[in-house]
Design a protein around this ligand. Structure first.
Ligand SMILES: *Cc1c(COP(=O)(O)O)cnc(C)c1O
Length: 377
């Protein structure tokens, strides 16, 4: 493969763990245990141990994980679920899919995450749940969110699809993995995620025994005993081959997070003095696992910078070009209580640079020089 700079380099990462991954995949094919093979349960146990969650329920993908979480909480049409306006569509799509009402709230311009003040303003008598999204790899400020949720009797579903491996520190000094703080946590193993498999995959985390049983049942056609269906569920399984890949990759997750953080630090050190951009901000309460390294480009120059980088063979991506309140799909079902202007502004100014576990300083130097050159013109 040629060494073009890439947003993510899954090939390079695979080559370093090829023998572990190939052995795992071969074993599944050899034993033909394609559906619910032993690797699925083994990976779930490994992930429980890694995350500290009492229960991990694996499923088909991250969007299913969020849907199954909402189904397990027994929410009814018309119930309101608070969700940030600046996120990937899946966080809010599942709310609409189940006939619930997404209530969009604005985010903090420094961290891209929902703020406690905005959540509080959005709570109504119909509010049943909050979905904080740990966007780009840094935890939302979960301690006040959990406290607010407790005071108002609300469920908290963490969308941890971008932050697996991140750790949040509470005011008493105790630490928890993101995804294990709320009532339920959800994650995705989409290939480009920080812990990605080689297809689709997802998982749900909870410490609640009763909820765990319900989540497991819903992900499996609403049955506990085969052919006896007690609730309406869905068919959402982690494929055994994907479980084998994840079992091989999970022991590397912490080193992957470290590599991403080191790459991010290198960008920040070299870009923080550049006029015209804002580098991402880290908060002391959470580690940042940099699913994305996202700049804010000032003065309407974002698209021009993106084009300039592309002309030099440097990819950059816009996550996300439209805030949820501007998405046609949500037009008729959304309730928003505020202007959401920060989400709009971010959609117009964010630009994510290449970041992955295989990125070298040489590649980053090329990217950094190009950005500096653009702003000197
Ligand atoms: C990727 C992602 C999802 C959905 O995960 P899939 O596995 O692609 O269904 C949900 N929320 C966020 C924030 C994501 O980044």
């Amino acid at each position: 493969m040629d060494k073009k700079i890439q947003m993510v380099d899954l090939h390079g990462q695979y080559m370093k763990i090829k023998s572990e991954v190939d052995k795992g995949i071969q074993e599944v094919i050899y034993t033909c245990a394609f559906i619910n093979g032993p690797q699925v349960k083994e990976f779930g146990k490994d992930l429980e141990k890694y995350s500290g969650a009492k229960h991990v329920i694996t499923c088909g993908n991250g969007t299913d994980a969020l849907q199954i979480a909402l189904m397990a909480l027994g929410l009814k049409p018309g119930d309101e679920v608070i969700v940030p306006a600046f996120t990937y569509v899946a966080s809010a799509e599942v709310i609409g899919l189940l006939g619930l009402t997404p209530v969009m709230v604005d985010v903090d311009p420094d961290t891209f995450n929902v703020t406690i003040e905005n959540i509080e303003k959005a709570i109504s008598p119909r509010t049943k749940a909050i979905i904080p999204v740990h966007l780009f790899g840094q935890s939302c400020d979960m301690e006040p969110i959990m406290k607010l949720a407790k005071n108002h009797n609300l469920y908290v579903i963490e969308d941890n699809a971008q932050a697996i491996g991140s750790v949040y520190t509470f005011s008493d000094g105790s630490k928890k993995h993101t995804g294990t703080i709320g009532t339920i946590g959800c994650t995705s193993f989409f290939p480009s995620k920080n812990l990605g498999c080689y297809g689709d995959g997802g998982a749900i985390f909870t410490d609640d025994d009763e909820l765990a049983e319900k989540l497991r049942m819903i992900a499996n056609h609403g049955q506990k005993v085969k052919y006896h269906h007690s609730v309406i569920g869905c068919n959402s399984r982690l494929d055994t081959i994907q479980a084998a890949v994840l079992k091989a990759k999970l022991p590397h997750l912490d080193e992957y997070c470290k590599a991403r953080k080191a790459a991010a630090d290198y960008y920040t050190t070299n870009l923080k003095g550049v006029d015209g951009i804002v580098v991402p901000k880290e908060l002391p309460k959470s580690t940042h696992v940099y699913h994305q390294y996202t700049l804010q480009v000032l003065d309407g120059k974002r698209d021009a910078l993106k084009e300039f980088l592309a002309s030099k063979g440097i990819p950059a991506m816009i996550y996300y070009p439209l805030p949820l309140q501007k998405q046609e799909a949500f037009k008729d079902i959304t309730k928003s209580v505020e202007s959401l202007e920060i989400s709009q502004r971010l959609a117009e100014s964010v630009l994510s640079l290449p970041i992955h576990t295989e990125l070298t300083h040489e590649e980053q130097d090329v990217i950094i020089s190009a950005i500096k050159e653009f702003f000197k013109k």
